[in-house]
Write a protein that binds this ligand. Structure first.
Ligand code: NAD
Length: 253
């Protein structure tokens, strides 16, 4: 029980890496705020967590909206009285050249992937300072460390996410708030499936993703969740400002 008595809020928790993390954190004793866009997936996940003996509630939010970030933190405090772990994980992809990306697509991506994380941390840090500490984890990507073709706006948002984590880590290092970035490689989630489906030959793209990983396969959401758990747990108590690749060796190439 590595997160006994902890309160964890996870954005983008209804699918993929966020879902695996919500389940794992709950199994490790955390009470979890499942944050995602309105829809049945968040409630279904809460039911699944409760069926496994955990505690959670669903807070619908669009993280691109400042007011939704404020409201999700307020809902967490109202229900559980504190916030120990903020996992800013919601994100979208934009597999397009910069010349093909519309104003709306660029704004939407940056609003979710970057401003969402800025808003969430901005509303969380005063709470953590007041309660004497906390833990923040930001989902960046291997594309925040090394570039990828055909996704320049996405890469830019993930590079910014790495720097947001590092900068916040410095600002609050002496105040008992650790801030780290998780940098998944190519992980088998609905986002990756959509990315492959947007290619001219989705089956060939999927095969290529698997075979191009040094480890010879795709990562799983649970493997990312395990790394996230470690980073937010006491086991990583001297680790802050780190961008941890969980990428089967991709960034070693
Ligand atoms: P996913 O699509 O399975 O899950 C993302 C979740 O975020 C979804 O439930 C979605 O509804 C939610 N979301 C999207 N926009 C939102 C918004 N405006 N407000 C609230 N929730 C919103 O994707 P995933 O692969 O699990 O991705 C999770 C994170 O990991 C993302 O930040 C992504 O960029 C990052 N990532 C994924 C991979 C990969 O290979 N899958 C690699 C590197 C980084």
């Amino acid at each position: 029980m590595q997160l006994q008595n902890k309160i964890a809020l996870i954005t983008g928790a209804a699918s993929g890496i966020g879902e695996a993390s919500a389940r794992l954190f709950a199994k490790q004793g955390a009470r979890v705020v499942v944050v995602d866009l309105p829809g049945p997936a968040g409630e279904k996940l809460v039911e699944a967590i409760e069926a496994e003996g955990g505690t959670a509630f669903f807070q619908p939010a669009d993280v691109s909206r400042r007011a939704d970030n404020e409201a999700m933190i307020a809902a967490c405090l109202e229900r559980y009285g504190r916030l120990d772990i903020l996992f800013c994980n919601a994100g979208i992809n934009l597999p397009k050249l910069i010349t093909e990306s519309s104003d709306e697509e660029i704004d939407r991506l940056l609003d979710i992937n970057l401003k969402g994380q800025i808003y969430a941390t901005r509303y969380t840090i005063p709470v953590m300072l007041e309660q004497g500490g906390g833990n923040i984890l930001i989902t960046a990507s291997k594309t925040g460390l090394v570039a990828q073709r055909d996704s320049p706006v996405y890469c830019a948002s993930k590079g910014a996410a790495v720097m947001l984590a590092k900068a916040l880590a410095l600002d609050y290092a002496t105040r008992n708030i650790r801030v780290n970035a998780l940098c998944p490689g190519v992980i088998e989630t609905p986002m990756l499936r959509a990315f492959a489906d947007a290619r001219p030959n989705p089956a060939a793209a999927w095969k290529e993703y698997s075979e191009s990983q040094p480890i010879g396969r795709l990562g799983t959401p649970l493997e990312c969740a395990e790394a996230a758990l470690w980073l937010v747990s006491e086991a990583a108590s001297f680790i802050t400002g780190v961008a941890l690749p969980v990428d089967g060796g991709f960034t070693a190439m």
